[in-house]
Each structure stands twice: as C-alpha cells, then as structure tokens.
Design a protein around this ligand. Structure first.
Ligand code: F0G
Length: 351
C-alpha cells in the first residue's frame, strides 16, 4: 500500500495529459465508498454512498478542476473564470491558488450556501454576485471567455468531465465490477455525463463486465430535463442544483437512454427527508443537493423500478458543512446551562 497521489497520477493513462502537462493537484479523489446500512434495509438492496464531500474543497468538483486547471496552465492561461452555484467556484478558487492563476467567479446573488462563498473569498477569488440565475451567470462567463484572455473552467470545458469520470473508475476498482444502478443528482448535468463516460470506458476495455443503469435526479422546481423544456425561474432549497438550462443536457439524456436509466424529479420535501436520514441514520453529513440521489433512490424503489438485492451506488456530491445555515435552521436550539454537572445531568435526562 502507498499514499494516494491525486487522480491525474492514479489514472494518468486514461486522461488527456502528457509529460508536458503541469499537474496541479490537492490530492483529490480516492474518496470512500461507504456501505449505507439504513438505505440498504429500506430498499432491500446493497447500497453504497460515494462520499465526494471528502474531496479537498468538499465536493466532487475537485476531480474536474485538477484537470481543467492543469490544462489551463499547460495552455499558458494566466486567469480562469467560472459561473457557479458555489462548489465550482470554491474548487476553482483553491486550484487557481495552487497554480498561481487569477480566478474570477460569477454567482447568483443570495443563492449560494455560506460555506461556499467563504471558500471562494478566503482563496482570494474575484467574486461577483450577479442579480440573476446560475444560467445567466454561465451565459456571461461564456461571453467573457470568448472576448477576453480568461479560460473557462465550467463543465463545458471538456477536461472537467475527463477528471470527473474517474469517480466511476474508483467505484469499479473498489467493487470489482460496475454496480447495477448508479444514482446521482443532476444540475448542470456534467457529472452524470462524466460517470457514464467512465463506466462505458471501463466496460469497453474489459475492466468491468457491464455498465450500470444511470438514475439521475433533479429538484422538482428545477427539472428542465424531466419537463423537456428549460425552466426560466428555477427554485429549490437545494441551491447547488438550482439550474434551469443545463449545459450538458444532451449528454445526460444519452447517459440515461444508453444505460436504460431514468431522469426523474424529487421534491424539496423528499430531498430534506433524505438529508436528515443520511445525517441521523447513516452518520453522513451531506449538502441538500447531494441528498437528491438518495431521495431519488427511495422514490424509484417505491415505484418498483429497483429489484431487490441489486448493488447500488449513490453519489453524495458535497459536504454538509458547506451549508451550516440550513443545518442549524432545522435543528432544535441548544439549551444553555450554568457550570453545574447536575444541571447537565437533568438536561440530558440522566437523572
Ligand atoms: N451536487 C452538488 C453539491 C453540486 O454542487 C452540483 C453542481 C451538482 C450536484 C450537480 O452536478 O451540475 O454536474 O449536474 N454544482 C455546480 C456548481 C453547478 O456551480 O458548483 P452537475
């Protein structure tokens, strides 16, 4: 056994890098695949959580960012830009520091979780809050990167998906083969597309004997792919996936159709319930958007789409600490007591 070297070194032969590529890494990837006992019991399946919140900046975005930033440096970029619901900006800001690049970020004002805002600011990104949606921000960053010397590191940058596909490799490497079903939240739709690339690549090369059915889940107030039309004013408590016109829409539909999967919507109520279940019954603290994968699995199980005994992986995309406001708002206010062990014993129902 040896130390994890970051996903570019671990999967170098499967990524578009050469010896000339300067590897910008925070040793991302290699995240745990945690057995989910409670979700398994509820579904009669063998369910695992791919805990992407344990990446260096607390989300799966680091997988794409190590690739996008490394390639940007290789191509001589001095500055990078992204639109974000928060996690991409946190990741871009950190990897830009690592590479000595300037980082600009456009976010929808008032719609990103506090921890993510803190990350972009502490890493010194130039952050602009736009009075609009994520989709407006993405449109602006595309225009800016076309007209000014600044490289776009959103998932429309193909190197992002290349990095993100490694999560599928890790799952097959850990389980010995692909799962039956893979559940994943869908926002801008890059990640579901990247996983499908990874699974098909491994199956094509005989590393896996099969590919999973891809089950993608959007929030019901931000479900353009499910509705079959862009959503002009997307709304959901899961701000990370509050997206009305996903950039990788076609790729996500291809992943769904080629894999024999589904893309469905789950309500904010279902997302909040899955968030709580993961925190209180699995011991895994994820952010709201991440819980959409588990909310979706439970829904698909209810609908009879899931055969008993199947092996299922749910990607939980981001760390719960990203959004302390939501976590605290749903919890009881802690009692305050004096320095008195007996008072503590009473308050704790020990007496
Ligand atoms: N989960 C989390 C925690 C996310 O931050 C995102 C996307 C997704 C799921 C959806 O992934 O876009 O590849 O379908 N966040 C982007 C951002 C949009 O700006 O951080 P997707």
């Amino acid at each position: 056994t040896r130390a994890w070297r970051g996903l570019i070194e671990e999967y170098r032969d499967r990524l578009p890098v050469t010896t000339a590529t300067p590897v910008v890494t925070l040793l991302e990837g290699g995240t745990p695949l945690v057995p989910a006992h409670r979700v398994s019991a509820l579904t009669g399946c063998e369910v695992y959580l791919k805990v992407e919140g344990l990446n260096p900046t607390g989300s799966f975005k680091d997988r794409g960012m190590t690739m996008a930033i490394s390639k940007a440096v290789e191509e001589g970029a001095k500055a990078v830009i992204c639109a974000s619901t928060g996690n991409t900006s946190a990741s871009a800001a950190a990897y830009a520091v690592r590479a000595g690049l300037t980082c600009a970020v456009l976010v929808p004002r008032g719609k990103i979780a506090m921890g993510k805002l803190a990350q972009a600011l502490v890493h010194g990104a130039k952050l602009l809050q736009v009075e609009g949606s994520f989709d407006d921000c993405l449109e602006m960053t595309r225009e800016l990167s076309e007209n000014y010397p600044i490289a776009l590191v959103n998932s429309v940058n193909p190197f992002r998906l290349q990095g993100q596909k490694t999560a599928a490799f890790e799952i097959v490497d850990a389980l010995g083969d692909a799962p039956d079903i893979h559940c994943i939240p869908v926002g801008n739709a890059g990640n579901i597309s990247a996983y499908w690339m990874g699974y098909t690549e491994y199956a094509g090369d005989g590393v896996a004997t099969r590919t999973p059915r891809m089950f993608g889940f959007q929030a019901s107030g931000a479900a353009p792919i499910v509705n079959g039309a862009p959503v002009t004013h997307p709304h959901t408590i899961a701000t990370a996936i509050r997206i009305g016109n996903p950039a990788s829409w076609q790729l996500a539909e291809a992943a769904r159709d080629e894999s024999g999967g589904v893309i469905q919507s789950v309500t904010d109520r279902q997302i909040a319930a899955a968030y709580k279940l993961l925190a209180q019954e699995e011991g895994v603290f994820v952010e709201l958007a991440s819980a959409a994968s588990v909310a979706g699995l439970l829904q698909a199980h209810e609908q009879g789409l899931v055969d008993p005994g199947q092996r299922i992986v749910c990607t939980v995309t981001g760390n719960g600490l990203k959004d302390p406001d939501w976590a605290i708002s749903g919890a009881p206010t802690p009692l305050t007591i004096s320095i008195d062990a007996h008072a503590a014993a009473t308050a704790l129902d020990l007496v």
